[in-house]
Design a protein around this ligand. Structure first.
Ligand code: AMX
Length: 420
């Protein structure tokens, strides 16, 4: 990879990739091509490709726990890190490797215990990740004076350690915030995602399969989204993977990003209560307008890059059609899909009126009994770690530079382009 990057720099280093407008600087850098992200690429029409593969392709090609089942997320971790599709034996070996690293340092649970159980699960999650930082192999190697050409190795070790420990961490948060607080030990015979469901207290096959799909599709969404970019930015200062991931998770906790799945459920519950059995288009339309008129967004709809229905939404819809076609909340989600895009388009300002991943995930979890919506973003975060930490390993392998874009002031803009 290093050799290739070296050649790309030497041959194309001074080529122009695009222009920067004032709107880009003021508008959240939309469309600004300014970072390298190897693990996935988002196309506005066709959605995400992980190392070139679409979600439907991966559902066919990645190893599964059972025949015709959902992909094992260990497979996507392998793919993101290496660029190659793993065999079942390779995925099984990675499952075993993660399982051997899964035990939590005892003080992580004590840090959680120091927080009130009602602290938002995302607050608990980032605190626990920071508590694990004591174990960082990269931080220790850096202190001992490791040569920079070898940084990727302990970053890779931290990546595996962190990914291995996140399900137990998240499950501990779930159990203390929403259940009896008793920790459920992992089952060494289970895969990474199956174990997550098991440690949360869900032993049935349906929840495990949903968890495998959920953990696969939320893993990566190229580099510019808040959680990926925050992880990347902080990691570029050679902060270790735990510090970097905690930064990304604090970004995921924002309602315009990962917290949207929680917001969707809260909003669906309001809609459901208001509508009762009346799923008429008029009534739903009235509720959507009333949300918009009160100055709020319709959670789960819209996207900064996508301009079509998110394929992550579509594959969850297909899962619902297969496993829970008659579930009333799924019917409501489907009805909203028929109505919301037209209303958002009519506002004349929403660039993408179609649903994103968060519009569907909560309803599937509700069906299997995971009804505590404040926990949903933690599950998103466990999955997102697969992508952002894989890229962090690659970033250190390539030796990407510390990020330091140039900022400007409004006076600078007026001096350059004229006073307004
Ligand atoms: N409901 C109401 N208004 C919306 C909207 C929605 N779902 N999506 C966009 N808009 C509004 C914006 O707020 C903005 O209004 P303004 O000009 O008054 O500020 C206008 O439409 C233009 O926005 P945009 O260019 O279409 O979107 P964006 O790139 O600025 O923002 C996003 C993208 C996702 C933040 C936005 O669509 C949104 O807030 N959606 C709802 C929250 C959500 O679902 N977030 C999850 C995204 C996926 C993820 O990260 N997990």
């Amino acid at each position: 990879m290093r050799e290739r990057m070296h050649k790309i720099k030497a041959s194309h280093g001074d080529k122009i990739m695009g222009e920067v407008t004032v709107n880009m600087a003021l508008g959240g850098m939309r469309g600004l091509k300014s970072m390298l992200w190897e693990t996935s690429l988002l196309d506005s029409e066709n959605g995400i490709r992980f190392r070139g593969y679409t979600i439907p392709e991966l559902q066919k090609k990645l190893p599964t726990a059972k025949p015709n089942g959902e992909p094992l997320p260990e497979g996507i971790l392998w793919l993101l890190l290496t660029g190659e599709l793993p065999s079942k034996a390779q995925v099984d070996s990675l499952s075993a490797e993660l399982s051997s690293r899964a035990e939590l340092p005892e003080h992580v649970l004590r840090v959680l215990d120091a927080l009130p159980a009602k602290a938002h699960p995302m607050t608990q999650f980032t605190c626990a990740i920071m508590a694990m930082q004591t174990e960082s192999k990269f931080a220790a190697a850096y202190l001992s004076g490791m040569h920079k050409s070898e940084y990727w190795d302990p970053v890779f070790e931290d990546t595996l350690d962190c990914v291995a420990k996140l399900p137990a961490t998240a499950a501990a948060i779930y159990r203390r915030s929403f259940k009896d607080g008793k920790i459920i030990s992992p089952d060494p015979a289970l895969d990474w995602a199956g174990n997550f469901a098991h440690m949360m207290g869900y032993g049935d096959e349906g929840t495990k399969e949903l968890m495998r799909l959920y953990m696969t599709i939320h893993s990566d969404h190229e580099g510019g989204n808040v959680s990926a970019h925050a992880t990347h930015l902080v990691g570029s200062a050679l902060s270790d993977p735990f510090c970097s991931l905690a930064a990304g998770m604090n970004g995921l906790a924002g309602p315009l990003h990962g917290l949207a799945n929680q917001e969707v459920l809260k909003w669906l519950n309001i809609v459901e209560n208001e509508l009762g059995d009346d799923l008429s288009s008029e009534k739903i339309s009235e509720l959507v307008h009333s949300t918009l008129n009160s100055g709020r967004v319709i959670p789960g709809y819209g996207h900064a890059v996508l301009r079509k229905t998110d394929p992550r939404y579509t594959c969850q819809r297909e899962f619902a059609m297969k496993h829970l076609p008659d579930y009333p909340k799924f019917k409501l989600v489907s009805k909203l899909y028929e109505i919301v895009p037209t209303i958002l388009s009519e506002t004349g300002k929403v660039r993408n009126p179609w649903p994103n991943v968060d519009a569907h995930s909560g309803v599937l979890l509700q069906y299997y009994g995971i009804t505590e919506e404040n926990f949903y973003t933690v599950m998103f975060g466990v999955s997102r770690a697969l992508g952002v930490l894989s890229q962090l390993t690659l970033s250190r392998a390539i030796g990407l530079a510390i990020e330091r874009p140039k900022s400007i002031t409004s006076e600078w803009l007026e001096e350059k382009f004229g006073k307004v």
